[in-house]
Write a protein that binds this ligand. Structure first.
Ligand SMILES: Cc1cc2nc3c(=O)[nH]c(=O)nc-3n(C[C@H](O)[C@H](O)[C@H](O)COP(=O)(O)OP(=O)(O)OC[C@H]3O[C@@H](n4cnc5c(N)ncnc54)[C@H](O)[C@@H]3O)c2cc1C
Length: 468
């Protein structure tokens, strides 16, 4: 196998030994770590196709890897199969920035932040944005159908994809790089590969839709007494300013405290920390729109009805960045502690208050000292219900209760018609959890799709759904 790989790739693009191979065997979750025959780094689509043909011939499984910032063990090898890791990191060219068609053509290994920068330089916006954007690749965000902070306005990654180039499990290259906004010629094949987490093929390049660049923004943090008020604020603001809402995030008091504990300080715009706060951002492309005044008037118009407690509108770009640093800092604070349960649930918008309330009851029944930290994207129903514990609870005790805590979160979301994975995908971590919530018909259809496109089961086996 290694000899055959050497005939396709340059020797420096094949890694087989520790410590060089180690980073390719883990993702940001850090829970799954299995060996691989090699990690290989093809430089073009033809090389990817040749490697896949080789793997198909020798029945070697493939773990496809982007930036490795995923949270579900999707990019890492699985225990059973003999496999290689294919990293797309060397395929990092932006092939074209086309402002006539408002499209960027990027290879799978381009870092998301680089695509955002290229769009910005061309006076456009590529709207997918989240804390891992300096690490995640275009192939990875397509593989996971990543969400992030701007979904409420622009949709998930799926909504930004016009065309794909994909290497199929038998090594065929499918050139689906159309740049059409309207195209009803049969099944929309590209959709199959978006969010498939590398189980149906390897995305090698994509045509990404660009949006008008926002030129004005207004950002506020508003204090609210409870989650229901946060949701009403969102609804009423939406009536007042409609599509101008670019982000609407929720942060609990416990979240602010977690940031303070992590950083040793807290730069929050309140004399006293509120029970809950919402981070609200409006954005528009028309320079002449005075969004600060618009936001101020909209908040004043709903203030009494909704029951807002306090609100601060950022007066400078520096203050805006400071507000966002709180939101991003919370993700960072929670990711460093091994004694934190992380979750990625979504529920229908109107169920958000009930979801938080019921989950909190169940979590406290499992561990009365637990510290619930539900936060995230109110505008799209994606609440990351995280649970921390005080210093008095040691790691072992936390681990003993972790599954029961996770069950409290997931069972509540599912009972309310929600999802156990709003944006991070399933990988190895949530495969069985998701399957348990699916109907037989749904699961059967997924297996039929997998088996039709990848009959030998070599593409990321046992991720997303169990091989059968
Ligand atoms: C600090 C931080 C914040 C984050 N915030 C968010 C957030 O707000 N929203 C969100 O959605 N995610 C978030 N994530 C998770 C992660 O960044 C995303 O899931 C991202 O899309 C993964 O991209 P990646 O290139 O790192 O993919 P990887 O982790 O390398 O892979 C992820 C999955 O995609 C598959 N894949 C990778 N490349 C390809 C390809 N070329 N073709 C086919 N399949 C492929 C892999 O096999 C794997 O199953 C965050 C991560 C971090 C570290």
């Amino acid at each position: 196998m290694l000899d055959a790989l050497s005939a396709i790739l340059d020797a420096r693009d094949i890694v087989t030994t520790s410590p060089d191979i180690d980073p390719y065997l883990e993702d940001a979750l850090g829970e799954f770590h299995q060996p691989a025959i090699a990690a290989v780094k093809p430089r073009n689509t033809e090389q990817v196709a040749a490697i896949v043909r080789l793997c198909a011939e020798h029945n070697i499984a493939i773990a496809t890897r982007g930036g490795g910032s995923g949270f579900n063990g999707g990019a890492t090898p699985t225990p059973e199969a003999r496999q290689i890791v294919i990293s797309l990191e060397r395929m990092n060219t932006i092939r074209e920035v086309d402002t006539d068609n408002d499209v960027i053509i990027a290879e799978a290994g381009v870092v998301l932040a680089h695509v955002q920068k290229a769009a910005d330089d061309a006076n456009r916006l590529f709207p997918v944005s989240f804390g891992g954007e300096g690490t995640a690749h275009i192939g990875g965000i397509i593989g996971t159908n990543a969400g992030g902070n701007n979904v409420v306005r622009y949709g998930m990654t799926r909504a930004q994809i016009l065309g794909l180039e994909v290497v199929l499990p038998d090594g065929t290259i499918w050139d689906g790089m159309k740049v059409l906004r309207k195209d009803n010629t049969g099944y929309d094949l590209k959709q199959l590969f978006i969010g498939a987490e590398g189980t149906l093929g390897i995305v090698t390049a994509a045509a990404l839709a660009l949006r008008p660049k926002p030129r004005v923004r207004a950002t506020a943090i508003a204090a609210v007494p409870d989650v229901a008020t946060a949701l009403t604020t969102f609804r009423r603001l939406r009536e007042e300013v409609g599509e101008l809402i670019g982000a609407f995030e929720l942060i609990p008091r416990s979240g602010f405290e977690a940031i303070r504990a992590h950083k040793g300080e807290l730069n929050a715009p309140f004399a006293e920390l509120p029970e809950w706060a919402t981070l609200i951002e409006l954005e528009a492309s028309a320079k002449s729109l005075d969004l600060n005044t618009l936001l101020e008037e909209a908040l004043a118009a709903i203030w009494e009805d909704v029951g807002l407690e306090d609100a601060v509108i950022a007066q400078s770009e520096g203050q805006r960045q400071a507000f966002w640093a709180l939101r991003e800092g919370l993700g960072e604070a929670l990711s460093v502690s091994p004694k934190t349960l992380k979750s990625d649930t979504s529920v229908p918008l109107k169920a958000i208050p009930e979801f938080v309330e019921k989950t909190t009851e169940k979590v406290m029944a499992v561990l009365p000292d637990a510290i619930p930290i539900p936060f995230g994207h109110v505008g799209d129903g994606n609440i990351h219900y995280n649970v921390a514990v005080p210093d008095s609870i040691d790691l072992e005790t936390f681990r003993k209760h972790k599954n029961a805590l996770a069950d409290a979160v997931h069972s509540t979301a599912v009972a309310l018609g929600g999802s156990v994975s709003a944006e991070h995908g399933l990988g190895q971590l949530k495969r069985d959890l998701a399957a348990a919530a699916m109907s037989d018909a749904e699961l059967d259809l997924m297996h039929k799709i997998k088996n039709a496109i990848d009959p030998e089961g070599i593409m990321n086996p046992d991720k997303v759904i169990k091989t059968r």
